[in-house]
Design a protein around this ligand. Sequence first.
Ligand SMILES: [Cu+2]
Length: 333
Amino acid sequence: MRMPRFFLPLLSACFVAAFVSAGCQKPNENANSNATTTVSPPAVQNLTVVPRPQKIVDLMKARGEQDEAKPALKIATPAKNATINGSTVAVKLDLSGDLKGYQPHKDPATGKGNHIHVILDNQPYEAYYELDQPFELRNVTEGKHTLRVFPSRPWHESYKNEGAFQMVEFTVKGGGDASKPTTTKDGQTMASPTKSPAANQNSKTANANASASPAPTREGKAMAASTAGSVDATKPLLTYSRPKGEYAGDDSDPIMIDFWLSNAKLQGDNGQYRVRYSIDGGEVKYLDKWEPIWLSGWITGKHTVKLELIDKDGNVVDNGGYNSTTREITVTR
Ligand SMILES: [Cu+2]
């Protein structure tokens, strides 16, 4: 085999150079690591759809048949078209159907468990775990409202069977003060009576004295001011569910997009509708099957997620404004 005469010396020169530079790296370790940290990663977010995370696949196996359950909900209160006097609306639900072991409950150790997503008007959902006690929507403003509920899994993926989703309209008279500072302007609750240290203290005192009025033990939340859209329950309706709130650590990538669809079938499910989404006001993408997707590649910081139900001509389907929803989420690591 012929080889150019210069090749061997060149090769050895390269080898020596590589060896020397590798040998040089040790004493310069600090300089090197400084150099790498000053190069910040590009602040460009490239999101890709990835498969269902393995930890959820494992969780599903451990749950047995629960994910094949067909939980059905009924809204016991507020009754359809009820008028509620006062700003606290107690939500009571009846759970039935083919449950296969599905039961909402928060595991005190992990803080996780099956739960119901409860949505007032088109606000972010609240998680409701213990159905033997009502869930209190607090500081609800006067006027007409909608309530939407559906069962969810510990990782917030909704059950999508017939009968899982329910919606009612109701009216509040003498409701909460819209200017009351119980919520921040982005709708996050600052304090709820069951969770504030003061309330805990009160309940301890109440238990000790066994005389004061019963301590609030119900799940509930002070709601941001909102009223119902003019929603037609018989028309196509997209209910935004996930993502919401803050994502940290392991849970911050990938992030699931999930929604409930009523009276509409998507094109990939032999229907005529599509779900359009865009992140941070960027490129629009489409979901043509009613199932969750997981997006990977989030950079830290605040993001907006917009979900819309569109018809075959690409127009948002009008239904009280609920078919186009934008939420802000925060990703930390
Ligand atoms: Cu959830």
